[in-house]
Design a protein. Structure first.
Length: 102
């Protein structure tokens, strides 16, 4: 799975967010490409971010950087770790949900 943006390691961390728990990438609805964060999208895509409508929350659009399992938006929003490998996600990512999700 190709990750776009300023990726710094193979667990999808980027120059903007690179703590131990910053291990997810988000597929952006506007371009169907995975980026580690909205800042990477803003810097590397030539278009504006399109948020995922609630009707699409069952789409596979979150990638666990630890095991590379794709998760639905709904599952990701209601879990603190990857259900496949149990890697812990950054609990503060919810602060950015309004950027990605309606």
């Amino acid at each position: 799975m190709k990750i776009y943006g300023a990726v710094v390691d193979n667990e999808t961390r980027c120059v903007h967010y690179h703590t131990e728990q910053d291990i997810i990438a988000i597929k952006f609805k506007c371009c169907n490409r995975y980026y580690p964060c909205y800042k990477c999208h803003e810097e590397h895509a030539n278009h504006s971010i399109e948020r995922w409508p609630h009707a699409y929350f069952e789409e596979l659009a979150i990638l666990c950087g630890s095991c590379h399992t794709e998760l639905t938006i709904q599952l990701y929003m209601h879990t603190a770790s990857c259900p496949h490998c149990q890697a812990i996600f950054n609990e503060k990512c919810y602060l950015h949900y309004p950027i990605y999700f309606e």
